[in-house]
Design a protein. Structure first.
Length: 121
């Protein structure tokens, strides 16, 4: 089923050269929506696991009183992942091929997080 969230995720993926897919999920790692042509199951798994990592980073920063983490970037040999908080209960993950232009990916992830938040409320 296509939702307003699907459209936001699709636009983000389409605007980022080298993007593989995106997922919008809650803090428990459960997918709300995703857009990942050909790799949907992989995105669901990545989204769940990297949401846990963002949650751990949030917890560590709370202990140190540094404030909230807005996003984390994890670079691997073949893909890079941007995990960005949408609000305190949801996050979005964008997967791009390694070597993709991260500034573009970051800009579009930020815009998508704002659009997702606006669509929720």
């Amino acid at each position: 089923m296509i939702t307003a969230f699907t459209g936001i995720l699709r636009r983000m993926v389409d605007k980022v050269p080298g993007a593989i897919g995106a997922i919008f999920a809650d803090w428990d790692g459960e997918a709300v929506d995703s857009f990942a042509p050909g790799v949907k199951e992989d995105m669901l798994m990545l989204g769940a696991h990297y949401g846990v990592i963002l949650n751990h980073v949030q917890s560590a920063l709370h202990l140190s009183h540094f404030g909230e983490a807005e996003e984390i970037i994890v670079q691997h040999k073949k893909i890079d992942l941007i995990v960005r908080a949408v609000d305190q209960h949801y996050y979005v993950v964008l997967a791009v091929r390694a070597g993709s232009h991260l500034a573009t990916a970051l800009r579009e992830t930020h815009a998508a997080a704002s659009a997702l938040r606006a669509e929720m409320y």
